[in-house]
Design a protein around this ligand. Structure first.
Ligand SMILES: O=C(O)[C@@H](O)[C@H](O)[C@H](O)CO
Ligand SMILES: [Mg+2]
Length: 403
């Protein structure tokens, strides 16, 4: 028995907000879990402190599955990003503790390494197609085997995925949500030109990805997928909002461009139909927003039956704790596809020192016991919470649209 003695939540903002759960056992072991939900952070803080932590004290940290079921079924109100991020944080911290107790890196407990490294994709973005291609060449020179391309759209003042500080794109800001303007027609004219230019400049050996960020109708998505086929994209991400899983059938009827979806999913129920009907190629659910390693493994196992591979979300709002958890998971599953990797700032890396490292386009979680991530709490305390919102999006006539 590894008795849970204490647990607390730490909120810090080294450039952006992170919520971290720290669970301690009676024998002095501790584990970390990420609970960051971008733009809605404090809801998860309250969920953990007010409703979860009191139920954890005294339990056996070894009983990961039982504690997962206890929190999921015990809430009665199932699913949802706040609940599932809170459960994820507990799950990550318990896996961290178990692997530390075994004195092994977590991936060993998950079945051992299935590959030598985790292929990651970086984000190349620019105001123009030329600038984006230039940026992509920079990623290629750093060794990246896969690169996501997002460029500004002529006629629109700002576009999702494009920022001044290129390596460290962060959409959340402001005392109130930023308002962007969107035109599907203008966007649809730009993306094929971007892919044509990028394929020409980068050659055939690099994987090119694109995120539509939930902005098209199914028939528009089918059209975009078809128009990108000549440039062989690795995937088209979040082509339509996925509350309507059935919509992907329509997209599929029109294009062989591989489809990725799921960064906003929080349980297997959000992607079950998409997977079983073979309507997607990559599932993007991730450790922190989909109930932790325990639940993500369940999703990956279902996906494996249908040759659907993983492509875990890995934006900067997922802390180094999630990044480490994702890497142990990625290394250990048979149907890994690719891992998103947006570099954290130096301030964030200093608060969360970690064993994972990048080499030649691959990340490796390292061989430190547990997740291989720590938290410098004295440093974390120097960066108080700062409220930030994700943007909203309006059509040119002012209609509120999907961001
Ligand atoms: O779609 C992505 O890749 C991300 O940038 C998301 O917009 C972000 O993680 C939301 O918090
Ligand atoms: Mg995305």
């Amino acid at each position: 028995m590894l008795k849970i003695k204490d647990a607390r939540v730490v909120v810090t903002c080294p450039g952006r907000n992170f919520v971290t759960l720290r669970i301690e056992t009676a024998d002095g072991l501790y584990g970390l879990g990420d609970a960051t939900l971008n733009g809605r952070e404090l809801a998860v803080v309250s969920y953990l402190t007010d409703h979860v932590i009191p139920c954890l004290i005294g339990r056996d940290a070894h009983q990961i599955e039982d504690i997962w079921q206890y929190l999921y079924r015990g809430a009665y109100w199932r699913r949802g990003p706040v609940t599932m991020s809170a459960i994820a944080a507990v799950d990550m911290a318990l896996w961290d503790i178990k692997a530390k107790a075994a004195n092994m890196p977590l991936y060993q407990l998950l079945g051992g390494a299935c590959r030598t490294g985790v292929m990651v994709y970086g984000h190349a973005n620019g105001q123009t197609i030329e600038e984006t291609v230039e940026e992509a060449l920079r990623y290629q020179a750093l060794g990246y085997k896969a690169i996501r391309l997002q460029s500004g759209v002529p006629g629109l003042p700002s576009t999702y995925g494009v920022s001044g500080d290129k390596m460290f794109y962060e959409p959340a800001d402001g005392a109130l949500p930023t308002e962007n303007v969107w035109s599907t027609a203008k966007y649809m004219r730009t993306v094929p030109k971007l892919f044509e230019a990028a394929r020409l400049a980068l050659g055939d050996d690099v994987h090119l990805l694109h995120d539509v960020h939930h902005r098209l109708t199914p028939i528009e998505a089918g059209h975009l997928g078809k128009s990108l086929e000549p440039y062989r994209p690795f995937w088209l991400e979040d082509a339509t909002p996925a509350e309507n899983q059935e919509a992907f059938r329509l997209i599929r009827q029109h294009t062989t461009t591989p489809l990725a979806v799921g960064e906003v999913f929080n349980t297997i129920w959000d992607c079950k139909d998409l997977i079983q009907n073979q309507l997607i190629d990559y599932i993007r659910a991730t450790v922190v927003h989909a109930g932790g390693i325990t639940h993500l493994r369940r999703i990956a196992n279902l996906a494996d039956l249908y040759q659907v591979r993983t492509g875990c979300h890995g934006a900067t709002d997922l802390s180094p704790v999630t990044m480490a958890a994702a890497l142990h998971f990625d290394l250990s599953i048979p149907n890994f596809g690719v891992q998103e990797y947006m570099r954290h700032t130096a301030e964030t890396d200093a608060v969360f020192p970690h064993a994972y490292s990048f080499k030649d386009g691959y990340l490796h979680p390292g061989d430190a016991p547990g997740l291989g991530v720590d938290m410098d709490e004295a440093l974390a305390a120097k960066y108080p919470y700062s409220r930030a919102f994700l943007p909203v999006n309006r059509l040119e006539d002012g209609t509120l649209y999907n961001w």
